[in-house]
Design a protein around this ligand. Structure first.
Ligand code: AMP
Ligand code: ZN
Length: 465
């Protein structure tokens, strides 16, 4: 039985899906106006670990992820520019081209991190009809009102509005922000449909019963998950920043028209943060300078999987402070793992070792406790009595969840082997020429690469040291 923390109940509860053997999973996807930063990617790694754990437990996972290519405004208070238009202004290409470019870059990031692609991708601009239909249903049920700049959701009409975040609605009302859109009835009301500005032409705008405009950001996730996963489904994920506004409003839009509980499990990944400065712990954000991408790690010759390993060293519900030293530590651990795997790998079939695998799976079932799962992985290698083939088989089984590419570690090492073999052959050649200085130099080079040389009657033998 898997136990998962549910933000709605604030407790870690045994997970059971609605339909036996199948799980409906929705994860909020990227706003494709720029590269994802490694903070965003931490959230997608957590969601991948969730999906892989469910699959390892035998569930078939229907995983839907949206791609936000319209409507996400720079500010959460329904003002400011659409992020996609910011991308257009920056790069001078069309909104569609911006979306294609950064969605492709995002998929490349997922691939490099061994993150399994969702079963279904959905782009907001391809579901405008569904979004308008949902807004019409809200209107029909009496939940919306019109202002000059758009159609708004009246949050006071939904008795349990704010339940996910346990919002203090009266407190919010009292401290209502000055920059609130004029005419909003409640500080928490939000735009469902925004009208195009009268003084400028937007690249992305559509006809609607209320006028030409574009959907509010929260609308896409409600409409697309209703379409692909139905009026009730199992798990919905995102980063913790989505609890108070985005997910709260997604819930309002759906539950106002269906009248029943929508999502059974809400799961949120904590943030990747930068080390504390004099001011405060700083958020990694696309708008500030604190913006590290996967590409910038690769340029520094850091293996993307070292970042995956780094993230797995912390529990997904704990904030994780990013430092280059921390990432180096993870890269070293991964290197060590690669060398150990290469040393034990064999084509001989092995038997999965029950005890460490059980410890590993228990850790994953315990609300995805990856630090404990990694410890279980190292315990397999520490057991000196274990047979190499069995150890290898066990690691492969664990890797179905960890996604560190243990099966290809053997290949990576094979390439190195080729290089080592060439050095060994050169050394044999030097010895036969009686060039002992050269032979010794080559021996040192081979040793420095982590291999041991033995001169035997059958010739030179080499093995990882
Ligand atoms: P966005 O592309 O801005 O819509 O964000 C994509 C995902 O990344 C969302 O699930 C956010 O909650 C999440 N996110 C944003 N910043 C961070 C961060 N610093 N650490 C972890 N997750 C984040
Ligand atoms: Zn969403």
């Amino acid at each position: 039985m898997i136990r998962l923390y549910n933000t709605m109940t604030r407790s870690t509860d045994p997970f059971t899906p609605m339909e036996e053997g199948r799980v409906g999973l929705y994860t909020c996807g990227p706003t494709v106006y720029n590269y994802a930063h490694i903070g965003n990617l931490r959230t997608y790694i957590f969601e991948d670990l969730l999906r892989r754990t469910l699959e390892a437990e035998g569930y078939e996972v229907n995983h839907v992820m949206n791609v936000t290519d319209v409507g996400h405004l720079v500010s959460d208070s329904d003002t400011g520019e659409d992020k996609m238009e910011v991308g257009v202004a920056r790069e001078g290409i069309t909104a569609r081209e911006i979306a294609d470019k950064y969605w492709a870059a995002f998929r490349r990031d997922l691939e490099r991190l061994n993150i399994v692609e969702p079963t279904t991708w959905c782009r907001a601009t391809e579901y405008i009809g569904e979004q308008i239909d949902l807004a019409k249903r809200m209107e029909g049920a009496g939940f919306t009102y019109a202002l000059e700049d758009g159609i708004y959701f009246d949050t006071s009409k939904l008795p349990d509005y704010g339940k996910l975040a346990r919002l203090d609605l009266e407190g919010l009302q009292a401290g209502a922000r000055v920059e609130m859109v004029a005419g909003k009835r409640n500080p928490t009301d939000f735009a469902v449909w925004k009208f195009s500005p009268t003084d400028q032409k937007r690249q992305m705008e559509w006809e609607s019963p209320w006028g030409i405009g574009f959907p509010g950001w929260h609308l896409e996730c409600s409409a697309m998950s209703l379409k692909h996963l139905g009026e009730q489904f199992d798990i919905h994920c995102g980063g913790v920043d989505h609890v108070a506004v985005h997910h709260t409003n997604e819930i309002a839009q759906v539950e106002s028209v269906t009248g029943k509980e929508w999502v059974r499990w809400w799961m949120h990944g904590e943030f990747l943060v930068l080390p504390k400065t004099d001011e405060d712990e700083s958020k990694m954000s696309k708008s500030s300078g604190n913006f590290i991408t996967m590409e910038s790690l690769v340029e520094r010759r850091i293996d993307p999987l070292a970042y995956r390993y780094f993230c797995m060293g912390a529990h997904y519900r704990a904030p994780l402070t990013f430092t280059w030293e921390g990432l180096d530590g993870a890269a070293n651990a991964l290197d060590r793992l690669r060398r150990r795997v290469a040393a034990i790998r064999t084509d001989r079939p092995g038997r999965v070792l029950d005890e460490p695998l059980t410890a590993f799976r228990e850790a994953c079932r315990d609300d995805l406790n990856t630090p404990r799962a990694l410890a279980a992985l190292w315990n397999v290698l520490r057991d000196e009595r274990a047979d190499g083939a069995d150890q290898y088989a066990t690691l492969l089984e664990m890797d179905r969840i960890l996604g560190l590419g243990i099966d290809s570690m053997a290949e990576v090492e094979a390439e190195v082997d080729g290089e080592i073999e060439r050095l060994v052959a050169e050394r044999d050649d030097a010895r036969s020429r009686k060039d002992f200085a050269e032979a010794d130099r080559l021996r040192d080079e081979i040793t420095a690469r982590g291999y041991l040389l033995e001169d035997t009657p059958e010739g030179t033998k080499v093995r990882p040291g």
